[in-house]
Write a protein that binds this ligand. Structure first.
Ligand SMILES: [Zn+2]
Length: 289
């Protein structure tokens, strides 16, 4: 192709990924709002929750419209939450990052879909304290199907960290071990502390991530999520103390931490693993001279 080179094409594809991500994010906003209520995410069209006037297409451009309208409904001037452009911006950034990381491969659309699911999980868990089955129920089999496909189509293996020769085995192991660890933690907390550690939604979520990323990676995801959870949980307690507030036993949603850890492993898993191996002094990844 005269006049076009790979770099131009890549820049264009990254931009397209970003825009598609923003549009998907716009749809995710509808899902975050309606799924916990059991409403249809397809119809009716988006409305202002206050005055119920339909949102015209030109006021529904991801991120841009929110800024143009000054974060208010055009009709009744009710403030529109910053959560809407935030969800759109995060989804757009993730789609762009996935393309930058994986380029023109089968991994890109799969991980974009997964990213969208994780954004949805995060914001439903933050606002409704549930993890939607609408994500995990199709997500677990989809992860397993991807692993199965990888066995027959060369170059489609999505298993992160030390790719096994039998991806479906890694995916099954990831789902079972990941789900098992969280299930054990949940039951353990119930036995020892007399309260629930986390919900069964978290068990299904980590089973889904295990199905997508396989066995060794799922342990890394749990470790990263636990570290972030402990760090932020402790920061919250310190903040309450400094404000002189009574320390209350909050339910802290674990879904956002698991989702965040899933994204970290999706984008940087291989890099982190190599770093770890190198620092351990094990030079198995180095080519022999
Ligand atoms: Zn309104």
């Amino acid at each position: 192709m005269a006049g076009y080179d790979i770099q131009t094409l890549d820049t264009l594809m990254t931009a397209i990924s970003f825009i598609v991500g923003a549009m998907v994010g716009s749809f995710l906003n509808v899902c975050v709002y309606r799924l916990p209520k059991g409403e249809s995410v397809v119809k009716p069209r988006s409305r202002c929750p206050k005055c119920e006037s339909s949102i015209v297409w030109c006021d529904n451009i991801p991120m841009v419209s929110w800024l143009m309208l000054g974060a208010k409904c055009r009709n009744c001037k009710t403030p529109i939450s910053w959560q809407y452009p935030l969800v759109e911006a995060i989804t757009a950034a993730l789609f762009g990052a996935v393309y930058v990381r994986y380029g023109f491969t089968i991994a890109s659309p799969v991980y974009m879909l997964l990213s969208a699911g994780l954004v949805l999980v995060t914001f439903v868990d933050l606002t409704d304290w549930t993890i939607p089955n609408e994500v995990t129920f199709p997500g677990i089999p989809l992860g397993l199907v991807c692993a199965l496909v990888a066995m027959f189509v060369p170059g489609t293996n999505l298993m992160i960290l030390a790719p096994p020769s039998v991806p479906i085995f890694s995916a099954l192991l990831g789902a079972v071990v990941g789900g098992g660890i969280l299930y054990a933690l949940d039951k353990g907390a119930l036995l020892i502390l007399g309260k629930r550690g986390m919900g069964f939604g978290d068990v299904k979520l980590i089973a889904m991530l295990g199905a997508f990323f396989g066995f060794p990676a799922v342990v890394m995801i749990i470790a990263i999520a636990a570290c972030c959870g402990a760090f932020l949980g402790y920061a919250l307690i310190l903040m309450q103390r400094s404000k002189g507030e009574e320390e209350t036993a909050h339910y802290i949603p674990f879904g956002p931490y698991l989702s965040f850890a899933g994204v970290v492993v999706m984008l940087f898993g291989q890099y982190l693993y190599n770093l770890w191996i190198t620092n351990m002094g094990i030079e198995i990844l180095q080519q022999p001279y």
